[in-house]
Design a protein around this ligand. Sequence first.
Ligand SMILES: NC(=O)c1ccc[n+]([C@@H]2O[C@H](COP(=O)([O-])OP(=O)(O)OC[C@H]3O[C@@H](n4cnc5c(N)ncnc54)[C@H](OP(=O)(O)O)[C@@H]3O)[C@@H](O)[C@H]2O)c1
Length: 358
Amino acid sequence: MAYQPAENRYDNMIYRRVGNSGLKLPAISLGLWHNFGDDKPLETQRAIIHRAFDRGVTHFDLANNYGPPAGSAETNFGRILREDLKSHRDELIISSKAGWDMWPGPYGFGGSRKYLVSSLDQSLKRLGVDYVDVFYHHRPDPETPLEETMYALRDIVASGKALYVGISSYGSELTAEAAEFMAEEGCPLLIHQPSYSIVNRWVEEPGDDGESLLQTAANNGLGVIAFSPLAQGLLTDKYLDGVPEGSRASQGKSLSEGMLSVENIDMVRKLNDIAQERGQSLAQMALAWVLREQGEYGVDTVTSALIGASSVAQLDNSLDALNNLEFTNAEIDAIDEISHDAGINLWAKATESKTREN
Ligand SMILES: NC(=O)c1ccc[n+]([C@@H]2O[C@H](COP(=O)([O-])OP(=O)(O)OC[C@H]3O[C@@H](n4cnc5c(N)ncnc54)[C@H](OP(=O)(O)O)[C@@H]3O)[C@@H](O)[C@H]2O)c1
């Protein structure tokens, strides 16, 4: 039977405007970093994507290297798109990226025009689309002049192969500089994609210029889509009683067992108690926290929380976070008191690798 999306799919999702642009994103978006490679059954992938779309998740985030093997998440998503969602292409925001290692030799990594343009062409083929909605430079590259990377992004938009462009894991100062270049070119950066969660708050800390990344993004009209808001699963109840079989931590992938230290699990247990008092799962509270109203920039400080999911049940649980995004001051204070940096920011070195000075 051909897939028929739910008719009420737009009834319960919250859509937030991305920075100063005219584009809106769902408050929760789905990323395909893990769980959508050739190591996972295609039918599970299909069920998760159908359910996401049925619940108003219009944004699916990919990158050239998502898999394993690298590229297979785009191929698998492209197949599901072709088979089930083709007539809904204009209802979808599909993103991809290049910047991390993709193919051997000097042109499969970094921020050169050569790499970005050829990688996007490969991504379009794997996805089976003429354009992506958002194309990102995936990480700063200290060996490529910022101008070269930004002008490549500008020309990609001019070529029609991406409608908007963004950056990921750039620090505050470099973000400001990149945003200025692109504004002058009449091709403003749409969005920044940083890691951000209760236990990884680097985006709130002032950089050398005294501004946090969240402030810099807002001041330059960029939206923010926060990746790994569940700290790869640490901010859920799944590791409270050990490491379940099949979980990310059990697979020797990006969530090492070292991140599940006694201190971290003890913190997670206390956070779980607060979530329960709020009538939420810990995953739901962690997502609501990322999306919470933040002083100066209000509810739009973070446009969207970019989650992963290995099952429909997880996705459903996470999407129900939208039922309660409000926090009392006492809850915020209690979360601050309990939480510490969990040492899970795997992208910190990339962020630090380029500042205005060097
Ligand atoms: N720009 C970048 O450099 C960058 C880097 C990383 C990620 N990202 C993007 O961000 C997306 C999300 O990253 P992420 O997967 O690390 O995000 P995450 O949402 O922090 O973690 C997802 C994992 O948490 C567990 N989980 C999810 N919902 C749950 C629930 N309700 N209850 C219990 N466990 C739950 C699952 O673990 P199990 O798989 O163990 O079941 C799932 O795979 C990626 O797919 C990618 O699009 C971007």
